[in-house]
Design a binder for this molecule. Structure first.
Ligand SMILES: NC(=O)C1=CN([C@@H]2O[C@H](COP(=O)(O)OP(=O)(O)OC[C@H]3O[C@@H](n4cnc5c(N)ncnc54)[C@H](O)[C@@H]3O)[C@@H](O)[C@H]2O)[C@@H](O)CC1
Ligand SMILES: [K+]
Length: 517
């Protein structure tokens, strides 16, 4: 499934109207009809009182269709119009005129006391938010702001259905500059909007569903646009490497994890365990020799390469030890727990120069150590995957975290193209970008994952899928999704406070099992 922004939605609507000849009022009628179906199926009681709040743009136009159709179905319905009727134009006016001609119930709220709105909101069982759609610009003006605050007082108590997007959320950035409706459910047209997955958006959108309004599925090809894709369970099922029944440990690849230091003993272990429990045939852990006994005692499932160290971090001799061994590994993860050690930049440079064509996942402080040698990455013959969190991304680009968070898709896309890397920008909703300009968004994520060690688990999973023969995109898509779903599910039994990296690995096994059932 694709994800669209305001401009692309406008292009699609325009194409359907102008080139295919389907009038906008038909699209609006379809849109309203689909929302009505969802309201009925989500209704909290048999005879709900429904309040439709409509603005003056086309989102309000959808609201007039919804209100008319609900009246015709016999529902106890009230339409509240928050703009003066003479402000309604175009397709919305056509449907408004039909509504008026039919003499269906309407309250003119633009010049009435806000107490009236308040009492209507309180009486309703279901509130339909058709105030503002993708056309919102800047913070919501009054009386929208006050009305939205009243709607939000009912959040969690009543069914709040937003039409297309919660009013006040920017469909491109997810930003809420003033206030926005906290929807229980958003029924969106054609494709989910970028704003559902960015910045404030996820906190407002609730459960969402994309519905068909007769914009044809071929439209993306017809318009020749490259939209971000949503990571779905189907995409993941097609991305996780299939295991031949007669496979042996040689079939499933050999992962090398390079990391660890005196202060970070656990990180490389989490990566190694995650790699093994996501199906890798063999996992070797290359750690500084001073932490090797501890690591091996904690994690006997891996093979070990204890490397020369100096004060608890890798020393330059470790590179010589690795040089004749690297060819035997199918995929390599560098970084978990490696730390920022003196001479680390030169150390990283030497290690990257030794690798030939294996896919390499670069994470954590390896990203820091490589920050001034990105040309090496560009020249590398194999695939390189970076998995930064927003802080690491900001450092790679000399930007602030705020700048990164304000343009996650744009930044990920540009970086992946500029340096020829596959990039997984972590966050509440992770963004994946490829060197050829494709973008994927993970709709899952959970605060249970907001702990040290979660990222190491993700790195291990990606490297594991690579070792089993998946492409970089398949590995990132599958790992990101299953990792997030594991966090969500584990939080149900352990609470989001209680989920740790080892629980996460356990949850990933469960997710893999569910995928194949
Ligand atoms: N034919 C089409 O184009 C279709 C459009 N659809 C609906 O149309 C919506 C987009 O319609 P529009 O482009 O008319 O835009 P909206 O209806 O989202 O909003 C535009 C209206 O909001 C006002 N506005 C903008 N920013 C504001 C702010 N900060 N505070 C208060 N008022 C503000 C504008 O003055 C204008 O009246 C979609 O979200 C969707 O619901 C659907 O009906 C499907 C078909
Ligand atoms: K809306």
């Amino acid at each position: 499934m694709f994800i669209a922004g305001q401009k692309e939605m406008q292009q699609m609507d325009q194409y359907t109207m102008d080139k295919l000849g389907l009038p906008g009022i038909v699209l609006m009628e379809n849109a309203g009809a689909r929302v009505v179906e969802e309201i009925i199926s989500g209704s909290p009681c048999e005879n709900p009182r429904i309040l439709v709040l409509a603005g003056g743009g086309n989102n309000g136009g959808d609201g007039f269709v919804i209100a008319r159709r609900l009246c015709d179905l016999g529902y106890d319905l009230q339409l509240g119009l928050v703009v003066p009727p003479d402000k309604i134009k175009g397709d919305a006016k056509v449907h408004f005129d039909v509504y008026r001609t039919r003499q269906l119930p309407i309250l003119f709220l633009h010049d009435s006391e806000l107490e009236l709105v308040q009492s209507e909101i309180k009486q309703a069982d279901v509130i339909v938010d058709a105030l503002l759609g993708t056309g919102v610009i800047g913070p919501v003006r009054e009386p929208f702001g006050a009305i939205i605050s009243m709607i939000n007082e009912q959040a969690g108590k009543k069914l709040i259905v937003s039409v297309d997007i919660p009013s006040g959320v920017n469909s491109d950035s997810g930003r809420v500059e003033g206030t926005a409706v906290k929807a229980s459910m958003t029924v969106t047209f054609v494709f989910p909007k970028k704003g559902f997955f960015l910045e404030d958006g996820p906190k407002f959108v609730g459960e969402w569903k994309a519905v068909d309004i007769s914009v044809p599925p071929s439209i993306i090809e017809d318009l020749g646009i490259n939209l971000p894709r949503l990571i779905t369970e189907d995409l993941v099922a097609n991305s996780v490497p299939v295991r031949p029944k007669d496979g042996h440990k040689g079939t499933f690849g050999h992962v090398l994890v390079v990391g660890g230091s005196k202060f970070y003993v656990g990180a490389p272990i989490f990566s190694a365990k995650a790699a093994l429990n996501s199906g890798a045939g063999l996992v070797t852990l290359a750690v500084p020799e001073s932490i090797y006994p501890m690591a091996a005692a904690q994690n006997p499932e891996s093979l070990y390469l204890p490397l020369r160290d100096e004060e608890g971090h890798f020393s330059i001799e470790a590179i010589d030890q690795l040089s004749s061994l690297l060819h035997q590994f199918t995929s390599v993860a560098i970084g978990p727990g490696i730390s920022r050690f003196p001479g680390g930049e030169a150390w990283m440079k030497s290690l990257i120069s030794l690798l030939t064509t294996q896919p390499v996942v670069v994470d954590a402080d390896a990203l820091y150590l490589l920050r001034n040698e990105l040309n090496l990455v560009r020249q590398y013959k194999g695939d390189v995957i970076f998995t930064p969190h927003p802080g690491e991304m900001a450092r790679l680009l000399n930007k602030t975290v705020k700048e990164v968070e304000e343009d996650r898709i744009g930044i990920a896309k540009t970086f992946a193209k500029d340096y020829g890397v596959y990039l997984l920008l972590k966050g509440h909703r992770s963004v994946i970008a490829t060197p050829d300009g494709n973008v994927f968004i993970n709709p899952h994520g959970h605060d249970a994952l907001g702990k040290g060690g979660s990222g190491d688990v993700l790195t291990g999973m990606i490297t594991s899928f690579l070792a089993q023969g998946a492409s970089p995109v398949e590995s990132m898509v599958a790992a990101s999704y299953l990792h997030a779903r594991a966090g969500e599910e584990k939080s149900v039994t352990l609470s989001s406070y209680g989920v740790g990296p080892l629980d996460l690995i356990d949850g990933i096994r469960e997710q893999l099992r569910l995928l194949w059932n």
